[in-house]
Design a protein around this ligand. Structure first.
Ligand SMILES: Nc1ncnc2c1ncn2[C@@H]1O[C@H](COP(=O)(O)OP(=O)(O)OP(=O)(O)O)[C@@H](O)[C@H]1O
Length: 319
């Protein structure tokens, strides 16, 4: 890839704990349209009405079943299923150490599970070459590799590498795609800056642009909003929704998960405690038991869900 500057040209619940409600992976847009905000960011940044988002196809693009994994003697995942369909945004939530990142890493083969299988487009993920995987799955990991002495434009163009021809040269199409990705992520003005000198939030936007430039079918994101200001958090998740990709996103902010995800998977102790529409998977009693904090759920004037955490400890579930 050249260092051309793209800026120049341009468990299942249906809310109940692990009880077998909807099958994991079933389309999640069962979330009532009325529960979605009519619009977003305060006036335009939330998810669009579900009518704007085609219902996810029944067949998942990416499906993991029966994942078990341990690090040494620590059992981290204990029979986890994760599925995501085209156009579906699945939120992976749960307390620190519950296994979210581990599950996400298994979904793109950065980690091989002790047991369980992952299928991409209906085929065993192990049958894909790394290049074939990279053409289909983009990952925005937690780590910010800030020491890389590359410009922002170069970092975003790295997203095009899996699509490059035999000589790896950057085409006009690559530049146009990278520019579009930078625009979408609100980072075009950063194109000529050195990546390693950006702020945490700026880097986050650039890494999102790189993932978009990859033009994947599946987007895996590990806490993509953790360095972003409130407005930017909404902006980024709105972008994610608009792209219509099969997306699995690790989030700590339950208000964001409720607002932007079609389906939420609540992990605790390596077990899926709930997998369903946010209204069900994030029922206050489930949230309280999972996080050990008194939780109330309110509905704001614009119809969005707002969690209130009282800070008062309550007994946690023992997984
Ligand atoms: N490479 C590793 N070697 C040993 N233990 C690990 C490794 N990676 C993760 N763990 C452990 O596995 C458990 C789950 O970690 P994981 O990162 O999946 O949790 P998480 O839900 O993403 O947490 P957080 O919300 O804090 O990011 C933790 O106890 C962690 O210390």
């Amino acid at each position: 890839m050249s260092s051309a500057d793209p800026a120049a040209p341009g468990r299942r619940t249906s809310g109940s704990p692990a009880s077998g409600g909807r099958a994991p992976g079933s389309p999640a847009s069962g979330r009532p349209a009325s529960s979605r905000p009519a619009s977003g960011r305060p006036a335009s940044g939330g998810p669009a009405a579900s009518a704007d988002h085609p219902a996810p196809a029944a067949a998942p693009v990416l499906a993991a079943h029966g994942l078990h994994h341990s690090f040494g003697t620590t059992r981290v995942l204990r029979g986890v299923d994760v599925t995501v369909a085209a156009g579906e945004v699945v939120g992976l939530v749960g307390p620190n150490g519950s296994g979210k990142t581990t599950a996400l890493r298994i979904l793109h083969r950065a980690l091989t599970p002790d047991a369980g299988q992952v299928r991409l487009e209906g085929r065993d993920l192990r049958g894909f070459t790394s290049r074939q995987r990279a053409r289909r799955i983009a990952v925005m990991a937690q780590e910010l590799t800030g020491e890389v002495p590359l410009s922002v434009a170069d970092v975003v163009l790295l997203g095009r590498v899996p699509h490059a021809g035999p000589f790896g040269s950057t085409t006009d199409a690559d530049l146009s795609i990278a520019t579009d990705a930078l625009d979408s992520a609100g980072a075009r003005h950063l194109a000529r800056r050195e990546f390693g000198r950006l702020s945490g939030g700026e880097r986050q936007r650039v890494l999102i642009a790189r993932a978009l430039a990859q033009q994947p079918r599946v987007l895996l994101m590990d806490e993509p909003t953790n360095h972003l200001d409130i407005g930017s958090q909404h902006h980024v998740l709105q972008i994610v929704r608009e792209r219509g990709l099969a997306t699995v996103v690790v989030l700590h902010d339950l208000n964001l998960a409720a607002r932007y995800c079609d389906r939420v998977l609540l992990l605790d102790g390596g077990i899926v405690q709930a997998d369903g529409p946010p209204r069900e998977a994030l029922a206050p009693e489930l949230v309280s038991a999972t996080y050990g904090v008194a939780t109330e759920r309110a509905t704001a004037e614009d119809g969005t869900t707002q969690f209130l955490f009282r800070g008062r400890p309550v007994s946690r579930r023992v997984s």
